[in-house]
Design a protein around this ligand. Structure first.
Ligand code: NI
Ligand code: MN
Length: 241
């Protein structure tokens, strides 16, 4: 599926995503070592320049600290997760919050809302991870990608669509912990997005939603492209827009 492009998006399984552009590597929600969906040869990360964390649950966060320690990458996250990371010794952290935009080497990273929870399991207790987020990442003159993190359907999708005008959305479809395919179809209508990469399904049997169910549920959306790549597969900006 990969063709020539300037931005390469690789789904690493579950919500974990790698984005490469201009020599930089960005990781979103690094859950790799214990991720049953991640191809074996992608579990070990050599290079990371920027990490975005949507929330504190293990299935998004469990490799965040080791990768940040090993690579020295910059981490962008919500205030409370930043506080937690600093308490573990990380310093290269930019805390932000919803509504904010950070310019990182020419790309614009905006934090948006998500409806979910965000506790961080730390030993025998749960540390405060603030509230869950999604990210809109604008690659100027190329495209704008929205990674929703874990979320249910919520009215805020209309606002995200209107304010940030994403071209491509990575949306959870597995159900149980997030929205299911029919709710994700409604999210697409509210966002006004025509290209979707389904995520957060198939990792475990409980996440039953499938891309085929999304295609059925969203069959009324003219021109919709459901880009159902498999874990480990990549697409580029020229595949997506
Ligand atoms: Ni979660
Ligand atoms: Mn999750």
């Amino acid at each position: 599926m990969t063709t020539e492009g300037q931005v390469t998006v690789t789904w690493l399984g579950h919500a974990a995503t790698r984005i490469e552009f201009g020599g930089y590597t960005i990781l979103i929600d690094p859950f790799l070592t214990d991720n049953p969906a991640t191809p074996e040869n992608m579990k070990h990360v050599e290079k990371c320049d920027l990490m975005l964390i949507t929330h504190g649950h293990d299935d998004h966060f469990s490799d965040a600290i080791p990768i940040a320690q090993q690579t020295g990458c910059h981490v962008i996250c919500i205030f409370e997760i930043g506080f937690y990371l600093r308490s573990k010794g990380l310093e290269n952290v930019t805390e932000m919050n919803k509504g904010g935009t950070v310019n990182w080497n020419g790309i614009e990273v905006s934090m948006v809302n998500a409806i979910h929870s965000s506790g961080i399991v730390d030993g025998d207790h749960i540390a405060d991870g603030g509230t869950p987020a999604g990210y809109v990442i604008r690659f100027p003159d190329l495209f704008t990608l929205y990674h929703a993190g874990d979320t249910d359907l919520f009215e805020g999708f209309r606002d995200i669509g209107a304010r940030y005008r994403p071209d491509v959305a990575m949306l959870p479809i597995g159900g149980h912990f997030t929205m299911n395919p029919s709710a994700a179809a409604e999210a697409l209508r509210m966002l006004g997005v025509k290209t979707v990469i389904p995520i957060h399904y198939g990792t475990w049997p409980v996440l039953t939603g499938t891309p085929d169910e999304l295609i059925d549920a969203a069959s009324d959306i003219q021109g919709l492209d459901v880009v159902a790549i498999k874990p480990g597969e990549s697409v580029t900006d020229s595949d997506l827009v």
